[in-house]
Design a binder for this molecule. Sequence first.
Ligand code: ZN
Length: 177
Amino acid sequence: MTQILEIAQRHQPILSQIARPVGDIKEDSVQTLIDSLIFTAEQANGVGIAAPQVYQSQRLFIVASRPNLRYPQAPLMEPIAMINPRILAHSTEMVKDWEGCLSVADVRGLVPRYQAIAVEYYDRWGQLQKQEFTDFVARIFQHELDHLNGLLFVDRVESPDDLYTEAAYQAIHSLAD
Ligand code: ZN
């Protein structure tokens, strides 16, 4: 049954562990987990969510870019489940931009990520997909892949000065607008 799942918060051990590869993608438990992850991300205004964030050690995440309260400029796409994902190649160029995380409440950070990546993953029907992503969607992919490897965006910032409270972030953005 599709349900809203509890999201693990920073310092929970599951968030710093290497997740296990998904075995049988077509298994009911995996399909239900995918539906619940999509639903949970949507309810939380997230643009992505990874299985370890809901206490499941599985190499599986959702990329669900869409404009929402937290990311008004995000491109609109159908949520995609990406299973046993890998980065095959990436740009040399890195870009620093804002990130937040459903597992790190009230913190925003400027995080360097590859501007473009070529990836492969299995979709929820078990088909191997190869795709290229740039900019915001490439950023989501790299953020979610980090979750499968036990890393959070706060581990990726170049300096503590690049971490902001949600309130400070909102203040900067209302000034910029
Ligand atoms: Zn996250």
